[in-house]
Each structure stands twice: as C-alpha cells, then as structure tokens.
Design a protein around this ligand. Sequence first.
Ligand SMILES: Cc1cc2nc3c(=O)[nH]c(=O)nc-3n(C[C@H](O)[C@H](O)[C@H](O)COP(=O)(O)OP(=O)(O)OC[C@H]3O[C@@H](n4cnc5c(N)ncnc54)[C@H](O)[C@@H]3O)c2cc1C
Length: 346
Amino acid sequence: MATVDVTVMGAGIFGLTIAYVCASRGAAVRVIDPRGVGAGSSGGFVGALAPHTPERWDSKKNFQLESLLSAEKFWAGVDGISGSQSGYGRIGRLQPIDDDHTLMLARERIDQAKELWRGQAEWNVCSVDDFAGWVPPSKTGLVVYDTLAGRLNPAGALASLAGAVQKLSVEISPSGAQEGPVIWATGYEGLLELSQLLDKPAGNGVKGQATLFDYDAGSVPQLFVGGLHFVPHENGKLAVGSTSERYFDSPDQTDEQLDQMIERARVAMPILRDVQVVGRWAAVRPRAKSRAPILGPYPGREGQFLANGGFKIGFAMAPKIAHVMADLVLDGVDNIPDDFRVEASL
Ligand SMILES: Cc1cc2nc3c(=O)[nH]c(=O)nc-3n(C[C@H](O)[C@H](O)[C@H](O)COP(=O)(O)OP(=O)(O)OC[C@H]3O[C@@H](n4cnc5c(N)ncnc54)[C@H](O)[C@@H]3O)c2cc1C
C-alpha cells in the first residue's frame, strides 16, 4: 500500500509550494530532489515580485495579479507554521520616467490599473521629491510608483517552506519511491526532458546572473531601472538582477557578464558606486516555448503532471500555481488557464 498520496519531483519554489498546499489540504506528500532544497533557479537572492503593466490584459497577467494579491496571506501562513522568515513584503516599486512618451503611457496606465487591478493596487505618477534619498534618477523629475510589487528573500522563502512542509509531515529526500500522482516540478532540466520525450521543443533554459550589495536601503520600494531590478531586503542587503543568457557553457558560474551588470547597476544608481558586492550568483531559469507556465497532465504519462515554466516570474506565480495544481491533482478540478496547458507550449 502506498505511504504517500502525492509525490513531487523537485524541491524548488514550484515543487515546495505545491507540496505545502497539498499537505495543508491533508494529503501525505513526498518531495524528491537528488540535489536538495533550492539547488536550481530558486536558490538565489533577487526575489522581485514585479507585476506586469496594466494594459493588453490576458490570462497570464490576470493569473499573476491574483497570485501577487494572495502572496501576503500565503507567506504569512508559511512563516507562521515554520517559525522562520520568507522576507515577504509588499514594498511597491519605482520606475523613472525619462521622456514625454513614457510619461504619456504612465498616465494612461493610472486609469487602466484602477480597472484591471480592481482597486486593489495603484499605479501612480509621482515626483522624485516624494521619495527622499532612495529614488532612481529621472530626466523628467517624475517616477511611476506602483503599490502592487512585492519582494521576498528566495533563500529565506525556500527555507521557510521546507520548514513548514516538514511540520506538515512532508518527507523531503534525495530519492524514494514515486507513489500516488507524480508532479514533475524539475525546472529547466524538466523542460529539456519533456522536449526530448515529445521529440519537439517545449522549452529550454535561460541563464541569469545576479548580485548582492552590502547596502541597507531601509524600508523603501524596489526599483526597476535600465532593465535591472534593485530589491531591498529585510536583512540589510540589496539584490540586483539579472542577466539573460540564451547561450551558456556553465549553468551556475558567474563571469564577466555579471561584472558588466554590476557596472550598469552602479551607473544607474550612483549611490552604489563604492558599495561592496557581497554575493554573486548564477542559475538557469525554466523558460517554456510559450513563455507562460506549463501546468497539467504530463503527456503520455498516466497519473503524472507537470508544473514548470516559471521563467522570470516563478516566485510571483508560485502561490496560485500551487493551488491550481492541488485542485487538479487532489480534487480533479481543472482551473488551468488555456494558455498554461502543455499543448500551448508545443
Ligand atoms: C538570476 C535569476 C534571477 C531571478 N529573479 C527572479 C525574480 O526576481 N522574481 C521571480 O519571480 N523569479 C525570478 N527568477 C526566476 C525564478 O527563480 C524561477 O522562475 C523559479 O525559481 C523556477 O522554480 P522551479 O521550482 O520551477 O525550478 P527550480 O528552482 O530550478 O527547481 C527545479 C528543481 O528540480 C530538481 N530536479 C531536476 N531534475 C530532477 C529530477 N529528475 N528529479 C528530481 N528533482 C529534479 C533540481 O535539482 C531543482 O532543485 C530568477 C531566476 C534567475 C536565474
């Protein structure tokens, strides 16, 4: 007789949030990962929970909105059980407005946010003077300030999740029997395996590199400047990311591309000019061909499922993905958006 109801392959953010929700609903869960918790792309330190712009709305943006809005309660629940800190905070985000065109778009989005974000978060145009000290340089003296963006500390969040699931009697081990429905949350290697099995590309890996500055920005919004996320963490460090590399030799080594990114960060935020770098990190993001998450039954594998394709917003999507996967696997209720089905990525 099986000793668990569900087996989850992969102990990244997808695997552990799914294990957490399934166990919270009373299922006996086993998580198997030969490399341990956070060994893949979830084990870093950026943790920007950054919303899409409120325009050209689609199911992916709506799903992400619902996930972001649920994040505070979700992470409070995880931290409450584990007794440790995910580092979650809904800190908002500032982006510079450097020209008239950007200003026009930013102003249009004020009303679009009211409608599409359903009054639960705001998109504002503000003066840099409203944010003393910690504000991106802006040629118009104006910035976008949204109140939906959040942050968490990826390593802290994974440790908190691992603690919470273990308190819910989930077994995390490097090997073991696959019993009950099996959910494959195995990151970019899982996408490569799927592509090989189907003999067509379903997705691949996109390497990213990020850095950590020894800079305590205090209780301030995160910034998005020059294509980089500047994320102030509760531990007094500032994470900045990330590079985006389709072609790479070494999945987890940092190199001169990170040096160049650090220089760009110092130019974008001159306050960091002499601040010491205390962390360098690289990993490979799972990118589905559709660029959306891939959720649902595993093609050709009876009783098996996929949860993958978090790409650049895996942490933002994870709480809602975990609920949708638990609905499907435990209750047979299919709440997966059509754009996220496996077929959409083939
Ligand atoms: C530099 C960088 C910065 C990022 N910044 C952000 C950000 O600011 N905000 C955000 O939301 N997202 C960000 N992301 C993306 C985010 O990290 C990913 O979307 C997310 O981590 C994907 O989680 P996952 O659980 O699907 O995969 P992973 O974390 O990669 O986990 C997959 C796990 O599966 C295991 N595994 C592989 N094969 C097997 C097997 N056969 N059996 C069992 N286990 C297996 C691996 O060991 C690994 O632990 C960033 C990514 C990178 C690289």
